[in-house]
Design a protein around this ligand. Structure first.
Ligand code: NDP
Length: 400
């Protein structure tokens, strides 16, 4: 069918590339381009021969729009799948605009020097993408991503209006390290050390980091402590779900993770303010990333399951009802299949599906859209087909 250009070759990209190779009827050509081209070449070597897709590689600095434009003009992809870091979203969107190429990502833009992510920068491209006749699909990972698809699916099939959404992200996996992060440590620590917030009655309610704790008994995982965080899909769902009154996001953390995080924060290691060390400017959080285990190395050591999903409460035919849609994913099974743990897997699979939705024109409207603005049904089918089967539980236990 067509060609995808994947930018970035880290944990999430590794899974998405495997999945594009499995879906070679849609992705007949895959170009993997990243800062460190040797990683792209290693990935190509690993997958060639196992897929009908033709794989090529390239070196690119995704902070440089001119380099990106030259690469897109040379490769002529139908879709660019951005799996680098949130800092590169705008340069890649600019290059897609200049070359009239469709764009997909999994995380919203965040300036490198301000730990605050919001959609305003990317939503500002709406009119330009529309005029250029191309699509930008924002947030096609799991959360954001599948959580938005679950929301659109619940609204389409189960409710007349949804009033409350609780998004629950549980990682019941154990990698055996006292402290490590499951995806890019810098992005992960920026997210969890920020203030929490939730959306209620038309406005944001801010909390201290980890201030709100709940305990939930997750299907197939068991009882876990979870904490309220700010998360990017809250912002788009608050706009796109008619009748919504409250949306919260909770993520599970073990005591060892929290104790280490507190200690690292207390000594200044999670700061993004540059400091001078031996005459050289360094950012403490970036230095910390360099000494922590690479998330890609957790695959062979991680056991247990993730359970990510949404509890929806709303009305159908005038009656109140609640459903829970979730996916359970096993770290060891993921590793067996694609050589990665479940956190990368649950992000990489929907990234591939989002790119496939645009490639096949199953989703075809010009402009900048969040994932819940499209028909959820073909995406939900593809989740079952490509390794993230979901379940619907009626009358689940609610979060207080
Ligand atoms: P990694 O750090 O493992 O990989 C990032 C990749 O991007 C690396 O290959 C890196 O290159 C490359 N890269 C970074 N900067 C540049 C640049 N300037 N030019 C070219 N390439 C660059 O991150 P993850 O795979 O863990 O995460 C990828 C994305 O997925 C992130 O945006 C993250 O926020 C998002 N994510 C989304 C989730 C969701 O559910 N929606 C969940 C988890 C992650 P190099 O190898 O040289 O470092």
């Amino acid at each position: 069918m067509g060609k995808v250009l994947i930018i970035g070759c880290g944990g999430v990209a590794g899974v998405a590339i495997h999945k594009c190779c499995q879906n070679s009827g849609v992705f007949t050509e895959i170009c993997i381009a990243s800062r460190t081209v040797s990683k792209c070449e290693a990935m190509k070597k690993k997958l060639e021969g196992m897929t009908k897709a033709k794989i090529s590689t390239a070196q690119v600095d995704a902070d440089n729009t001119r380099e990106l434009i030259a690469l897109i003009e040379k490769e002529k992809p139908d879709v660019v799948l951005n799996l680098a870091l949130p800092y590169q979203d705008l340069t890649i969107m600019d290059a897609c605009l200049a070359t009239k190429t469709n764009y997909v990502d999994t995380a919203n833009y965040e300036p490198e020097d301000t730990a605050k992510f919001e959609y305003k920068w990317q939503w500002a491209y709406r009119e330009r993408f529309e005029k250029a006749g191309i699509t930008a699909l924002l947030g096609s990972g799991f959360d954001p991503g599948v959580t938005g698809v679950f929301s659109a699916y619940a609204l389409k099939h189960y409710f007349d209006e949804i009033n409350y959404i609780d998004i629950l992200d549980c990682n019941g996996g154990d990698h055996g390290y006292p402290f490590a992060t499951n995806f890019n440590p810098e992005i992960n620590i920026r997210e969890v050390s920020a203030k929490g917030s939730y959306w209620e009655d038309g406005k944001w309610v801010e909390t201290e980091p980890m201030e709100i704790k709940r305990v939930y008994n997750f299907p197939e995982v068991g009882e876990k402590d979870m904490y309220l965080l700010h998360h990017e899909e809250l912002e788009s769902l608050a706009l796109n779900m008619p009748g919504i009154k409250r949306i919260r996001f909770f993520m599970t953390f073990g005591q060892s993770y929290l104790t280490h995080l507190k200690c690292l924060e207390n000594v200044g290691m999670t700061s993004i303010e540059p400091i001078i060390y031996e005459g050289k400017e360094i950012v403490p959080l970036q230095f910390l990333k360099a000494v922590l285990p690479d998330p890609a190395s957790l695959g062979p050591r991680t056991k247990g399951k993730t359970n990510i999903g949404c509890i929806f409460t709303g009305k159908k035919d005038g009656k109140e009802k609640t459903i829970y849609i979730y996916n359970v994913c096993d770290h060891e099974e993921c590793y067996k299949e694609v050589g990665s743990q479940a956190v990368a897997y649950t992000t990489g699979v929907p990234a591939m599906i989002g790119a496939a939705m645009l490639m096949t024109k199953t989703w075809d409207k010009a402009g900048v859209y969040n994932i819940e603005e499209f028909d959820p049904d073909p995406f939900m089918e593809a989740l079952n087909e490509f390794g993230l089967p979901w379940q619907v539980s009626e009358n689940p236990v609610m979060v207080e």
